[in-house]
Design a protein around this ligand. Structure first.
Ligand code: FAD
Length: 488
């Protein structure tokens, strides 16, 4: 046995007596069975492929436990043997957090076989699900019970609820329902010690000491392995209005958001910004998308309002807000969807932007947030930075304006080689992150830190904050076996 039992004294990377691959496979297979282990290179490839292709990853095996007990036994074995564990859900994360490093000394622990919806309770308005449940399956289970699970993002067909919680995923409904953090009542977590914390409570109120579940939400697999969760459900909307509105400028978008929120009694579910460059990229690259309005405009917002009450009052109220917006000069033009198909077509424009950008080539991307009131200033100044540092690049800005979260990206223009396009990347990142910091913002609003943004965490979070994070990590994972090299 290795010396890892001397708790807290050594990092997993110091341990030299990691078992040889054959012995490791046998031991893991003895826990999870033959279906629970993958060792063939071809079969392992999807688990070792970072979504953005930025990181090399190697692993001796992928473990696929089918129960919390099996996860616990795998963790106990790895703790004893000094092996790093990389928890993985749908592997849709965008910061290199869900794949191991290139050392070949860490295993992937995929939760994909733990995908049961254990219970949907229409009186408690809760769903109890296993961590490997695909987000769309959770939404469908709630829907079958006549309820709504409001977390929604473009990767919902493949991301898994454990991953959503571990990254505190946001998406399009945050303005109304909050992020994953706000949607969880209870968690079950396998700790680095191999103990299982059963916190699967469905309490709306519980002030008994520290809120442990929130430690694990957003911790990107570095503090514990989430195996199940109790999620909040909501009444299903009966009225939904979706509109694409052209606004005069960035500030007009902000003022229009405030009017919509006030006038609708906070029925705004989504408020997504789309600039002209995004729309053009989608028109160029995505089949069957047409210019949505008669004129061409520089700034658009996709607005969705919803209400759980039946009737037509939402539409009437929305039309009034639009008229006021036109009168006030904020709104230039717009269309309200007359059918579910039209609403889907408007959403398709927004949801296709990442796909259209990928089709165009490489990207320089920022997933940042600033206070909502400062989004206009951010957009104007960030565009000026890009014009100066990378005049050839095509800037596209879109995202969750209602949450102050903008995806501020640059795409590779035709005729420019990838290396040339990416050359100023570091300088652009640095300038944009400095701007964000000067506006009291965050360098990572949704996607997290993973392996990609560790330097930024150290730079933009205070010593006190980083010290607290290190203390938590040291307490919960003294041997550093959980997702080594991520976040901190
Ligand atoms: P993975 O990618 O597998 O893992 C992500 C992190 O969580 C890793 O650090 C991993 O180790 C950890 N982890 C996974 N499962 C567990 C577990 N059970 N216990 C502990 N740790 C675990 N994100 C947003 O927030 N909002 C968006 O709107 C959004 N849109 C996206 C659109 C597209 C097209 C894509 C590809 C991604 C998007 N993302 C978005 C990012 C990504 O989908 C989310 O971060 C998602 O929540 C990750 O879930 P996953 O199951 O794929 O996790």
């Amino acid at each position: 046995m290795s010396e890892v039992h001397k708790h807290g004294e050594r990092d997993v990377t110091d341990i030299r007596d990691v078992p040889p691959p054959g012995e490791l496979c046998e031991a893991i297979e003895a826990i999870v069975g033959p279906r629970g282990v993958i060792t063939e290179a071809l079969e392992m490839a999807p688990y070792l492929t970072d979504r953005r292709g930025r990181f090399e990853a190697r692993a001796p095996l992928v473990a696929r436990p089918a129960s919390t007990g099996e996860v616990r036994e795998v963790v106990r074995y790895c703790a004893n043997a000094g092996i790093g564990i990389v928890p993985q859900g749908g592997n849709t994360g965008l910061v290199g957090g869900s794949v191991p490093d290139e050392s070949g000394a860490q295993i992937v622990l995929s939760l994909e076989r733990m995908r049961a919806v254990r219970e949907v309770d229409p009186l408690d308005f809760t769903a109890t699900v296993e961590a490997g449940c695909i987000l769309a399956e959770v939404q469908a289970a709630a829907d079958r019970a006549g309820l709504l699970f409001p977390l929604s993002l473009a990767a919902e067909g493949s991301c898994r609820i454990g991953g959503n919680l571990a990254t505190n995923a946001g998406g399009t409904g945050v303005l109304r329902y909050g992020s994953a953090r706000d949607l969880v009542l209870g968690l079950e977590v396998v700790l680095a010690s191999g103990e299982v914390w059963n916190g699967l409570r469905r309490l709306r109120k519980d002030n008994t000491g520290y809120c442990l579940k929130q430690l694990f939400v957003g911790s990107e697999g570095t503090l514990g392995i989430i195996t199940a969760a109790v999620l909040k459900l909501f009444p299903k909307p009966r009225q939904v209005e979706t509109a694409l509105i052209a606004v005069a400028d960035e500030s007009a978008a902000n003022r229009f958001l405030a009017h919509c929120r006030q006038a609708s009694g906070d029925a705004v579910t989504a408020f997504e910004y789309i600039d002209r460059s995004c729309l053009e990229l989608v028109l160029e690259r995505i089949p069957d998308v047409v210019e949505p309005l008669a004129g061409r405009y520089e700034h658009y917002v996709l607005v969705e309002l919803s209400s759980a009450q039946a009737g037509a009052d939402l539409r009437l109220g929305f039309e009034q807000v639009l008229e006021q917006g036109i009168g006030g000069g904020e709104v230039l033009d717009g269309t309200i969807a007359a059918s579910l198909e039209q609403a889907a077509a408007l959403w398709r424009i927004r949801e296709s932007i990442p796909e259209a950008a990928r089709a165009a080539g490489e990207g320089i991307r920022h997933d940042v947030s600033v206070p909502v009131s400062r989004v206009p200033e951010f957009l104007v100044r960030a565009r000026a930075i890009c014009r100066k540092l990378h005049p050839a690049a095509r800037v596209i800005a879109f995202g969750h304006l209602g949450d102050g979260n903008i995806h501020f990206n640059m795409t590779q223009p035709e005729g420019i080689a990838t290396a040339e396009f990416l050359a100023p990347e570091r300088a652009v990142h640095a300038a944009i992150y400095e701007l964000v910091a000067s506006l009291d913002g965050s360098f990572s609003a949704e996607h997290g830190v993973g392996r990609l943004k560790r330097d930024e965490l150290l730079r933009y979070r205070s010593e006190v904050e980083v010290g607290l994070m290190r203390a938590l990590k040291g307490t919960l994972d003294p041997l550093g076996i959980l997702n080594p090299g991520k976040v901190l």
